[in-house]
Every structure is written in C-alpha cells, then in structure tokens.
Design a protein around this ligand. Structure first.
Ligand SMILES: Cc1ncc(C[n+]2csc(CCOP(=O)(O)OP(=O)(O)O)c2C)c(N)n1
Ligand SMILES: [Mg+2]
Length: 338
C-alpha cells in the first residue's frame, strides 16, 4: 500500500474510536437511550477487513455496527443522529444503534438477534453466485454467535453450495460477560469450520494489516469459485458489552493488558512511524476527528424527532387500532391507503 493509503486506515480507526467515545458520553447525558454496544479496541478488524473488499461487496454485521456503518459511507452526522433517535438518522431514528444500514453501499446492517444475519448473508452470496456478478459477502459475527443453530446450518449450506461468503468471527473472548471457555465447548473457533470441511484461518485482530491480508486472500478464493471461508480475528473490546453492562466479570488487569495492545497505537508505532510519519501527524488526525464528531453531535442534537404523522411509515403489518400518543388517538391508515 502507498504511504497515504496506510494513513487513511489510521484515520478511519481514529474516527471510529472518536465516535464511540463521544457516543458513550452522550449516553451518559441521556441524549442516547436504549442499547449501545461500542467497538473500542476492535477497530482494526473492521478497518482491515473492509479495506480488502470492493465497494459493492456485501457486508452484514451484529449490533456492534457503528464502525462498519461509517466505513460504508454513513456520515458521522447520520450515525450520531440515529443514535439520538432523530429523523435525520440513517434509518430516520427508528432503528437506533443496533440497526444502522446503508443499502446503497451494500451495507445491509446491524442485526440485533445473535446469529440471525448468517442465513441472510448466505442468501446474498447465493444471489451473487447465481447472477455471476463476482460479488463477495462478508458476514461479521461475535464468538458467541458460533454456538447458535443459524451458524451451523448456514456454514453447512454455504460449504455445500460453495457460496462466495466470508464468515468473520470477531473473537473478543466474551459473549456479554461470559468467557469463551464457559460458553463454547470448542474455544479454538477455527476448528468449528472443520465440521463443515470449510477453509478457516485465525488472525491477530489487533493487527489491521494482518486482517486486511487474510480478507484479501479469502475474497480472492471466493471470487475464484473456491467457496466460503471462516476467519477468526482475535481481539478484545475495551469497554463493557453494552453501556448498560457494569462489566464486573472481566478482570481489570486483563482489560488493562489488552489496552496496552491498542490496535490504533500499535499500527502507528509498527507501521506508520517507520514510514516517516510522526506523533504530530497522529495528533493532527485525532484533532480532525474530534472536530468532525463534535459537528455530528451538534447536528444530531439540533435535529427533529420523527414526526407523529410518520408513525405508520414502513409498517407492513396491520397497525394496532386505538394507538395513542400523548393522549391523541392516531388512526391507523387503511391497508389500501398504504
Ligand atoms: C438469539 C439471541 N440470544 C441472546 C441475545 C442476547 N445477546 C445479545 S449480545 C449477546 C452476546 C453475543 O456475544 P458475541 O457473539 O461474542 O458478540 P460480542 O457482543 O462479543 O461482539 C447476547 C447473548 C440475542 N441478542 N439474541
Ligand atoms: Mg464476543
């Protein structure tokens, strides 16, 4: 990669970190409600993986989705506004943190149900294979997802049909507060792929270049018709499972030791410094991101909430009759009217 492209990866990781830190702060101020799962510590996985794909390759992930949304063209303003539940958010304030999406840029979203997006990823991969359009699907999940029935059913079919899909497990060693060896009988997650004769590789998820390299190779394989693969990216989240989690199960010393291997600092030291960049360059990028995210927060705060008259927009089931908002009866539109 060119020097400037390497710096761009750094800039992306810093932006994600800044969005997460400010979101935590806004949650503390009750500007953001509901669920909020932050990605601090795992930035190298998303940035490395997406840098390896084409813009029209499909991407799906879990509820820990802010980084993926930003990388797939959701502006910091629209992400922050969605977290604030505002009409200017990525899904008009209806989805919140866990359901960011940008279908135009082949980012199919944030999924809240553990493992439920795996069959959807296989479906997208089947469509790509059927249409012979050379697209690859990246399906991101947590270590906890690998215990779910969807995981096993989907890996089986994906391998049988040689679908162009990469299953990337972000192994942050915990499912909520439950450690890997307490929730999974197999702790070496790559081994799970062997049950389906699927090619699998483990990678250091805190090394952005290593993640990029493995995803490049797995995407090439898939495009060449060699079928699916599983990549286990070993990483760690710096924050609790979600903002509502007191994080009592993980040892403080363990958290501290992973923070010492911060993927952003590591990339700066190991890759960017030897290329001639300096601490002043890094500081300038952090300040740029602070300004961008400050503007996003101000934009979100000044944005309106979704209007009452839009209550039934995007509702495909028959709405409940006699729905009241602040004492006012909101008549559901007839099916014909919708
Ligand atoms: C089917 C299902 N069961 C339980 C939950 C509650 N839940 C939300 S996140 C989570 C843990 C998932 O852990 P992991 O897959 O390792 O992802 P991580 O949060 O570590 O990124 C659980 C059990 C859920 N959302 N869906
Ligand atoms: Mg996990």
């Amino acid at each position: 990669m060119e020097k400037e492209d390497l710096l761009a990866l750094y800039r992306q990781m810093v932006l994600i970190r800044q969005v997460e830190d400010r979101s935590a702060e806004m949650y503390g101020k009750a500007k953001i409600g509901g669920f909020l799962h932050l990605y601090n510590g795992q930035e190298a996985v998303a940035v490395g993986a997406l840098s390896a794909l084409n813009p029209d390759d499909d991407v799906l992930t879990t509820y820990r989705d802010h980084g993926y949304a930003l990388l797939r063209g959701c502006s910091p303003e629209s992400v922050m506004a969605e977290l604030f539940g505002r009409a200017t958010g990525t899904t008009g304030g209806r989805g919140g943190s866990m359901h960011l999406a940008n279908v135009k840029n082949h980012f199919w979203g944030g999924y809240a149900i553990v493992g439920a997006h795996l069959p959807l990823a296989a479906g997208l991969a089947y469509a790509a294979q059927y249409q012979k359009d050379g697209r690859v699907v990246l399906c991101v999940m947590g270590d906890g997802s690998t215990n779910i029935g969807y995981f096993h059913a989907t890996l089986n079919w994906a391998q049988l049909w040689k679908l162009p899909v990469i299953f990337m497990v972000e192994n942050n060693r915990y499912a909520m507060g439950t450690p890997l060896d307490v929730h999974s009988s197999v702790t070496d997650i790559v081994q799970k792929a062997a049950g389906y004769r699927m090619h699998a590789e483990q990678v250091d998820g805190n090394d952005v270049m290593a993640v990029r390299e493995v995803i490049c190779r797995m995407a090439d394989r898939a495009r060449a018709g060699e079928g699916p693969s599983l990549v286990e990216a070993v990483t760690y989240r710096h924050r609790a499972h979600s903002m509502a989690d007191p994080d009592v199960q993980r040892a403080k010393s363990e958290i501290a030791s992973w923070k010492e291997q911060d993927p952003i600092e590591r990339f700066a030291e190991e890759v960017l410094l030897p290329k001639g960049y300096t601490q002043a360059d890094f500081d300038a990028i952090v300040r740029e991101a602070e300004v961008v995210v400050q503007k996003a927060v101000e934009f979100a705060d000044a944005s309106p909430e979704p209007g009452r008259d839009t209550l039934y927009d995007h509702v495909y089931a028959t709405p409940v009759a006699n729905m009241q908002v602040d004492g006012t009866l909101i008549a559901p539109p007839t099916l014909a009217a919708r």
